[in-house]
Design a protein around this ligand. Structure first.
Ligand code: ZN
Length: 367
């Protein structure tokens, strides 16, 4: 039974347990009560119930860290911007992709622009249809049946630590650094101007909608640029090193400080996910290490060399004078490579640090 609530009126007894299965079983009756549901492909309706079930369980049942999700909120018309066809190109599938023609049952047969071809040997598992600020998109989940071969641990030849900085996006243990792209801050003034314009419009009016959509498009553009940048850096790292040790940062804790904009700009957490995925694909290794004390301790002799954030050079009594971020990266590498037979940690000669900058100038946004 589908329960419809009127304000102030009791909705009656809900008998027994309500979960995905009872709700899915009720879909048949829903179609009788609300005939418009007949126009929605059955698989998609079930997918929505699964989403609801997941959200509900995240709220009710704590995960292994004892954390629970927020209370599921009622979704208004327009809140849900995507839906899923769980099967593609199979006999009972609601979605079929032939060449670049996508046929969605009960909706449309439409030509799609494939940003990249579906690679050979991959099966399409699902199609997720989503609405973004600049149009409709479909993203396919592909199944890669090939299992990447992981480089055996005793064959790791090159390793590095990567230190996330506020001045640089990251610095490696051999002293290479990558600048923080400034697209976010550049876009800030444009955003602020468009926000002020939005504030002058009547909420809900057509012009308001238009302006809000312009703002959403800028956000989308920034997000795509950032992702592209993250992939470039990840591929470079994974190509250059067999093992990459990163610092496990509590981003939430850091973002609350006045450094928030830089931290969010850097988007370290999102980058780490991409880097780890790229590493798995190439059979390379990544490890997280505790970053506490990595900027203070000397990577050469282990002594504590206290320094404030504005001191950019690590200068130790033992004679080691290097960039502070490189010192941190070396410490991370030490922590993360414990027990690994890495010859000279990637051929590092701490006495003669190489300082060079790697830049990714060809930032392109895929549209
Ligand atoms: Zn020292």
């Amino acid at each position: 039974m589908t329960v419809v609530a009127w304000e102030g009126e009791p909705i009656g007894e809900i008998s027994g347990k309500v979960d995905y299965y009872t709700q899915a079983a009720d879909l048949k009756q829903t179609k009788e009560l609300f005939p418009e549901y007949k126009n929605i492909y059955a698989d998609c309706q079930q997918q929505n119930l699964m989403r609801l079930d997941k959200a509900w369980k995240r709220w009710l049942v704590p995960d292994k860290n004892g954390k629970r999700g927020g209370r599921p909120r009622f979704k208004k018309r327009g809140d849900i911007c995507s839906f899923t066809f769980p099967r593609v190109n199979s006999a009972k599938a609601g979605a079929h992709l032939t060449g670049n023609i996508l046929k969605l049952s009960k909706i449309v047969e439409i030509e799609v622009i494939l940003h990249r071809p579906i690679p050979d040997g991959f099966g399409i598992k699902q199609a997720n249809i989503l609405k973004k600020a600049d149009g409709w998109y479909v993203s396919f989940s592909l199944e890669d049946k090939t299992v990447p071969t992981v480089l055996p641990v005793d064959e790791i030849k090159t390793a590095t630590g990567i230190d996330v900085g506020l001045e640089k996006f990251l610095t490696t243990a051999d002293g290479q650094s990558i600048e923080i792209p400034q697209y976010y801050r550049k876009a800030q003034s444009t955003l602020a101007r468009k926000q002020r314009k939005l504030a002058r419009k009547t909420k809900g009016s057509k012009n308001y909608q238009k302006q809000a959509n312009k703002i959403a498009k800028i956000h989308l553009h920034i997000a795509r640029q950032r992702k592209e940048f993250h992939y470039q850096v990840a591929h470079w790292l994974v190509k250059s090193y067999d093992l990459i040790v990163f610092e496990n940062l509590n981003i939430k804790g850091l973002a609350r400080t006045r450094l928030a904009k830089s931290i969010l700009d850097v988007a370290w957490g999102a980058f780490l996910q991409i880097m780890q995925a790229v590493a798995v694909k190439r059979g390379k290794h990544t490890r997280g290490a505790d970053p506490r004390g990595t900027s203070i301790n000397c990577s050469g002799c282990g002594a504590r060399v206290e320094k404030t954030l504005d001191v950019r050079v690590h200068n130790c009594g033992c004679g080691l004078v290097i960039d502070r971020d490189q010192n941190s990266a070396l410490n991370l590498l030490k922590r993360g490579s414990v027990g690994l037979p890495i010859p000279g940690c990637g051929g590092l000669d701490i006495g003669q640090p190489v300082k060079q900058q790697v830049s990714f100038v060809n930032l392109r946004c895929s549209r």
